[in-house]
Design a protein around this ligand. Structure first.
Ligand code: FAD
Length: 237
């Protein structure tokens, strides 16, 4: 089944790694603001940034932000995403946008078990119920506002999210891990790929804890750190 997931990096802070290096250099030198930019752009800053990250001096990463447009995810996935608090979100509203004939995400296991037709019928049935409460009964102050209560977690949603690079490193450590749910994991991996393309030094070591360290999942570990390291190896080259 083809995935409906679509992730686009809409905007990011210009010259992100240069800005991180400027913020960090300021901490350690007598250079004034005016000379800082020349100083930073004169040399390759990648080793310096790597050192910062390895030391855990991560506040300079908060100066650079990345904004992603995401669609083709379920409300089940977006609910997990918005649990990450150090971020900004704008999500398509089920209060204002009519969900008649709503699109939905079908879990891969539904196809694996040959249940696609049944799942589709059930989604159509839920759509009929939605329309019944919205158009026939006109419940609530606005007809969509309360009718949406019968929509499933599978309902497709669109969201724009902005995070700074420090939060992204945290987000990727949690959500690219095999322990994360399949949908948010696929989304986080797409976000990581896009972020790596514009800030490779910063996102080089991003990923589940086991990529650079030991697994932090304890008894819940997937037990396959070597496979995970292999999967993320392209970032480490
Ligand atoms: C595999 C997995 C399973 C999960 N299962 C469940 C579940 O069953 N039920 C459930 O409710 N949630 C669950 N979650 C969600 C999880 O508990 C977090 O809410 C979510 O991952 C957001 O991450 P966060 O709280 O670390 O950080 P973010 O909100 O992304 O914040 C980043 C960091 O900032 C700091 N921070 C932010 N806000 C505060 C604060 N108020 N006080 C102190 N420090 C703060 C923390 O250090 C935090 O790690 C699960 C997450 C994962 C990855």
């Amino acid at each position: 089944m083809e995935s409906k997931l679509y992730v686009e990096l809409l905007r990011h802070t210009p010259d992100p790694e240069e800005l991180v290096a400027m913020a960090a250099r300021l901490c350690y030198s007598q250079t004034g603001i005016k000379d800082l930019k020349d100083k930073v752009s004169a040399d390759d800053q990648s080793k310096f940034i790597e050192k910062l990250i390895s030391m855990g001096h991560l506040s300079p990463l908060e100066h650079i932000c990345f904004t992603y447009g995401i669609e083709g995810i379920s409300r089940a996935a977006s609910h997990q995403l918005v649990r990450h608090r150090i971020a900004s979100y704008s999500q398509q509203s089920q209060r204002y946008v009519d969900a008649n004939n709503f699109d939905y995400i079908t879990p891969p296991t539904v196809k694996e078990k040959g249940l696609e037709s049944e799942f589709m019928r059930d989604m159509d049935y839920l759509n009929d119920i939605y329309v019944k409460y919205k158009d026939l009964y006109k419940i609530g102050n606005g007809s969509k506002e309360d009718a949406r209560f019968v929509l499933p977690n599978a309902a497709e949603t669109k969201i724009i999210v902005t995070m700074n690079a420090r939060e992204l490193l945290h987000f990727f450590s949690k959500r690219t891990c095999n322990r994360a749910q399949w949908e948010i994991r696929a989304m986080a991996k797409d976000m990581l790929k896009l972020s790596y393309d514009v800030a490779p030094t910063i996102f080089k070591y991003a990923g589940p804890g086991c990529v650079t360290d030991k697994c932090h999942e304890g008894s819940m570990s997937c037990g396959r750190p070597d496979d995970v390291r292999k999967e993320f190896a392209r970032y480490l080259n």
